[in-house]
Design a protein around this ligand. Structure first.
Ligand code: F6P
Length: 545
């Protein structure tokens, strides 16, 4: 049984410290320490984190780092990198860092160096990706593959889709990647609406190769291919990315077309494994390697940088501070990059599936909040929808604003305007607009309450040179490790996800009820029974319209 973090004297010192800091404004903090913009900014793996606009001072950071020390952060980091079983409830290591380890690294888990296994799969992925890209891998009728459809959900979808959008300017033209995740047939129908089976390759991405959504969509895709090209075409038009190769054989995909990964890779930590095959095909093996190098650079920074200069450590501890000590309930992810528009969705799974836990790693009830709600939209879009609440709402909503110094398009003027908005938002969130300033500008007295912005909304600015594959890798590893340190502070298992199982089982039972097509014998609560009855009365097997 691990000691509850809330009982540590450092936790209590942070609570007392927070009471004092809650009385301060960011205006005051900057006035007291005009250089904080320099002192509370750190660099690593090509990324700058300016956290000066958080409601913190040096004492806050000292106490947070002390808290991490008292939770044995260094030992736990070593345990993760050393391949120890740190996912206790599933009895596994959490070794996503091995996915980007250099070829000559040695990372042992359960008596086996996993690095050669990782590189063997990467080598096969490279060869296959090149065959698709140069046209030497054709469909069954000899046509060039022009469409890749990744069938997968959760970690087998969110990372690849996010990366596909993020690396838009590195993609090979004329080869598009689509994604089918949802069990809603609408997504399947839309994905294949304007493509031809002869030019399409499906990547069935599923760690377990049993997930209802993925297997339903994969068999639908199989039917679509077979109807057009015959049974034998399955071999040319499907590849699989599983940890369970036996299930793949039953589907008709040969071992040569199977790119495996391992149970020590969590789904939400898998975008740099074979789950990233669609990314590699889209951007090419070299750019994929650049992405891995970015991940690796952040891993090294996380391992070696001192705590106070360590980006994932500081990002994670600030989240703890805002959540557990200042009472924030959410964290807004605001990428100022259209190409990163799927980052909030990706980080939702990464953080909420990892740290949305109510018991400690030994099953003990927790006495503090865990993961904040992660949400967000790209800037500047969000500015014209929910930012009103960020500036003048009643809740404390910390924000991560993510931007880049260089555009990836020729529209440099657009980029300046985009980044001006990022900087302006961080400034406005922190310092607001006071009644006195409005008065000095001649604003009518009765307008002042509506126009004043209190400021004091914490934000991080995460700034990098450009959204390259290496930057993307470093950015994702930054968040991965910040999730890890938060889990350590809370004393939870960040690598299991039992909470998603219950409703899967219930859905299985309800499907049986629906298939009987009668309301007789419905045996749920009155609400579920009534909803099911209504559904059965109104459902139709034919499309509407
Ligand atoms: O239901 C949650 C989950 O298990 C995620 O953790 C995972 O990323 C997703 O489902 C997909 O699982 P699989 O890759 O096994 O199909």
């Amino acid at each position: 049984m691990s000691y509850p973090v809330t009982e540590l004297s450092t936790w209590r010192a942070l609570e007392r410290h927070a009471q004092g800091l809650k009385q301060c404004s960011l205006r005051e903090l900057f006035a007291d320490y005009p250089e904080r913009g320099h002192w509370f900014a750190i660099d690593g793996a090509g990324i700058c984190l300016d956290y000066s606009k958080n409601i913190v001072n040096e004492e806050t950071m000292r106490l947070l780092i002390q808290l991490a020390d008292e939770r044995f952060f260094a030992q736990r980091r070593a345990a993760m990198f050393g391949g120890e079983v740190i996912n206790h409830s599933e009895g596994r290591a959490a070794l996503h860092i091995a996915l980007r380890a250099p070829r000559d690294a040695v990372i042992m888990t359960e008596g086996r160096n996993v690095v050669p296994d990782v590189h063997a799969v990467l080598d096969r992925m490279r060869a296959f990706a090149e065959q698709i890209r140069d046209g030497s891998w054709t469909g069954a009728s000899g046509k060039t593959i022009r469409h890749i459809v990744n069938v997968g959900i959760g970690g087998s979808y969110l990372g690849p889709e996010m990366a596909y959008q993020a690396l838009r300017s590195y993609r090979k033209r004329g080869l598009d990647v689509r994604f089918i995740a949802n069990i809603d047939g609408a997504e399947f129908v839309e994905a294949i609406a304007d493509i031809h089976p002869a030019e399409t390759l499906f990547i069935v991405s599923s760690k377990t190769f049993t997930t209802l959504e993925t297997m339903t969509n994969a068999y639908q895709a199989r039917q679509w291919i077979v109807a057009a090209l015959g049974e034998k075409a399955v071999a040319q038009h499907f590849v699989a990315v599983p940890t369970n190769p036996d299930a793949v054989r039953a589907f008709g995909i040969a071992p040569e077309q199977t790119f495996g990964f391992w149970d020590w890779v969590g789904g939400r930590y898998s975008m740099d494994s074979a789950i990233g095959l669609s990314t590699m095909i889209a951007v090419g093996p070299e750019q994929f390697e650049q992405m891995l190098a970015g991940f690796r650079a952040m891993d090294e920074h996380f391992t070696h940088a001192p705590m106070e200069q360590n980006l994932p450590v500081i990002l994670g501890l600030l989240s703890i501070w805002n959540n557990n000590f200042l009472g924030a309930e959410t964290l807004a992810i605001l990428p100022y990059a259209h190409d990163l528009r799927r980052l909030p969705a990706y980080l939702q799974q990464l953080q909420m599936e990892s740290n949305g836990k109510h018991v400690g790693e030994h099953g003990e009830p927790l006495t503090q909040q865990t993961c904040p709600i992660i949400w967000g939209e790209p800037g500047t879009d969000g500015q014209h929808s929910f930012y009103q609440m960020l500036h003048q709402g009643t809740r404390l909503i910390p924000c991560d604003l993510i931007g880049f110094c260089q555009p990836l398009s020729d529209l440099a003027e657009h980029h300046d305007l985009l980044m001006a908005n990022l900087f302006a938002q961080a400034e406005a969130l922190a310092f607001g607009k006071s009644a006195a300033e409005l008065r000095a500008e001649g604003v009518a007295e009765e307008q002042i309450p509506f126009r004043a912005c209190a400021g004091n909304h914490p934000s991080n600015v995460i700034l990098a040179e450009a959204l390259t594959p290496a930057t993307l890798g470093a950015l994702i590893a930054l968040y991965e490790h910040s999730v890890f340190i938060q889990g350590i502070i809370w004393g939870i298992d960040s690598f299991d996800q039992w909470g998603v199982e219950l409703s899967k089982v219930l859905a299985g039972k309800i499907v049986e009820d629906i298939r009987t097509d009668t309301v007789d014998g419905l045996n749920h609560d009155s609400s579920t029974n009534a909803l099911l009855s209504r559904y059965l009365r109104h459902k139709t097997t034919r499309p509407r319209g």
